[in-house]
Design a protein around this ligand. Structure first.
Ligand code: FAD
Length: 344
């Protein structure tokens, strides 16, 4: 399994504050991942990857998120594109997967308009049958690393309500990448909106569909997202444990958080590779989010005012934990979290 050495993790952690606050893509951290073989992890061996098993993927995501959530998040979006390609037709697998394994190309996903974004209006991105293929019009509201991507795996809705997944090169005429959004955290992810004005998609670009609910009925909130929340919680828990070494009052708090981390990790790993575990997967997503929120805020209580001042990492972890309230948060997860937050 591709793992980062302690030096590799330290290199990511050293750049984590800049990756979170600054507008620049975390290129040096990405290069660390490439040198460590991490970019090969999600790609099957026949395409030059190492084809990690699901529990290894979760472990890796957790470790990376603990070092630099921005970099771990960018990788998670690339790996989501990889998973869609693996499930797609052979010619698209052959065209993209070897380059992704080698780190020669970055791909990303813009899929939330089919699941968790803009669900209260008409389709944000429309596909109209055209010349044997489709024309895409509208918005892909959230695309991480859009201006670094050779192509975006995206999804559009047809006039009959069915949905299509396609891989669309970013230099396709009519596709415009917007400026990076001014995010509350993870700014280096350069998440942006993408506009499509008559973007032509041929049959060779289609990954799946047209079909109803082409991403499944829920969409989002998978174990990989939970592993990142757990990794962020872990950074705060490690901090609490270190502080507890010299502050007796923190010892029981740190112990309880550590026990929670071990318990949640066990449940996540038990779910990896299981099929039809939908409700349990979403419950785990909510549980990891709660742990990330609580652990980072407990760390802030312990770090006090000093922890509120950058570059102290605790303020960053606490801000980043909020990300899990909005990213890849399907309705059952947001309902669970809201119930928790609502006074009784
Ligand atoms: C930093 C970041 C990076 C992301 N990266 C990616 C990515 O790479 N790929 C990807 O596919 N997704 C990505 N996402 C999208 C994410 O997974 C969610 O889809 C997104 O956060 C949902 O928020 P939204 O504002 O689009 O939701 P919306 O549901 O569109 O809500 C927007 C606004 O609409 C209003 N509204 C919402 N619901 C209703 C309603 N029922 N009735 C009336 N008004 C309503 C509210 O005022 C709300 O503020 C990213 C999100 C973030 C924050």
């Amino acid at each position: 399994m591709a793992v980062l050495t302690p030096a590799g993790r330290a290199a990511l952690a050293d750049r984590a504050e800049a990756a979170d606050r600054g507008p620049d893509w975390p290129g040096e951290s990405w290069a660390v991942l490439q040198r460590a073989g991490v970019l090969r992890g999600a790609v099957p061996a026949e395409f030059g990857g190492t084809g990690l098993v699901p529990t290894d993927t979760l472990q890796l995501g957790e470790a990376l998120a603990g070092a630099c959530l921005t970099t771990a998040f960018a990788l998670s979006q690339r790996d989501a594109a990889v998973r869609r390609l693996i499930a797609g037709p052979p010619h698209l697998r052959g065209a993209y997967l070897p380059r992704l394994a080698a780190g020669e190309a970055f791909l990303t996903v813009g899929l939330s308009q089919l699941t968790t974004s803009r669900q209260h209006g008409g389709p944000a991105l429309r596909a109209t049958p055209h010349a044997g293929g489709y024309r895409l019009d509208g918005d892909v509201p959230w695309v991480t690393g859009a201006d670094h991507a050779a192509a975006v795996v995206t999804g559009a809705t047809l006039p009959d309500g069915t949905q299509l997944l396609a891989v669309v090169p970013t230099d396709r005429p009519g596709l415009t990448v917007g400026p990076p959004l001014d995010l509350a955290a993870l700014r280096g992810s350069r998440t942006a909106g993408v506009r499509c004005d008559g973007v032509e998609v041929g049959p060779a670009d289609v990954l799946a569909g047209p079909a109803e609910h082409v991403l499944g009925r829920t969409g989002g909130g998978g174990l990989e997202t939970s592993a990142l929340a757990l990794g962020l919680a872990g950074a705060a828990i490690d901090y609490l444990r270190a502080e507890a070494g010299r502050r007796d009052d923190l010892a029981p708090v740190a112990e309880k958080f550590e026990a929670a981390r071990v318990g949640v990790r066990g449940r996540l790993h038990a779910l990896a590779g299981l099929t039809a575990a939908g409700d349990a997967v979403l419950a785990a997503r909510a549980e990891c989010t709660r742990l990330a929120l609580r652990a980072t805020q407990a760390a802030l209580v312990a770090a006090k005012g000093a922890g509120f001042v950058p570059p102290h990492p605790v303020q960053r972890w606490a801000r980043q934990a909020l990300f899990f309230l909005v990213w890849s948060c399907p309705r059952p997860v947001s309902a669970d979290l809201l119930a928790d937050l609502t006074p009784v």
